[in-house]
Design a protein. Sequence first.
Length: 275
Amino acid sequence: MNAIIGRNRGRPKAYHDKSQDVIIQSLDRAMDVLKTVASGSGMSLTKIADTGGQSAPTCYRILTTLNKHRIVEFDETSQLWYVGLEGFRIGMNFVGRTRIAEQSRAVMQRIMSETGETANLAILDRGEVTFISQVETHEPIRAFFRPGTRGPGHASGIGKAIMAFLPEDQARASLPDELPRYSANTITTRQAFMTELAVIRRRGFAIDNEERTEGMRCIAAPVFNAYSEAIAGVSLSGPSVRVKPARDAEFGSLIKHAADEITRATGGIVKNFAE
């Protein structure tokens, strides 16, 4: 009985610790390549091979396989390899309990408590927002975004909040070639969208005025890293009968202060909106 209780449940019953015997060599090499890519901010194939001590053909086959699953991504313009979104999602199991997701949880709970609306945390990837955390309201009519849910950045409060504080060329590049219309209020031209981003920069927060879903509104503000770069956004969202335009200034101030609090808690630098 004691032997059964004492057995590690994360290993097979017949497990005996012979580390080298159980290592999958190809997977081990792939992990080395992935860690090499993660150690830089964009690396060439030659640099990855030289750093990891593996041949370029072997590294390329590994990178291509990882790219298939979006664990790494290849930028055609720069010809460099980066960690991809799926690599980020996998890492969120750790990051979520250590940095931004964990640090923002109490702030998001306070947003929900003070406003009665759902609080969200999301990042921007390829012009789309990816939700990584949410604190739901107890109201029967509410917004719901399961972690990992993606949505169009140009029709999202958080998407607009982040893009407003990207360099202009980067913001333009993050937009799709055509801005799809989801409702009568969706911004569908690049010029109108860039004008909207300028307004957000001056105001410090973004508004999704039923631009993705009719009857639902959202107020969002960006979270910055140690280099004053917008890396995420926090928002409150709910039905337009509760999140009324008359309360935009009130909710906007609350969300901006919440985003600043998360920025400081994660070692970021709060952006001066007068810059």
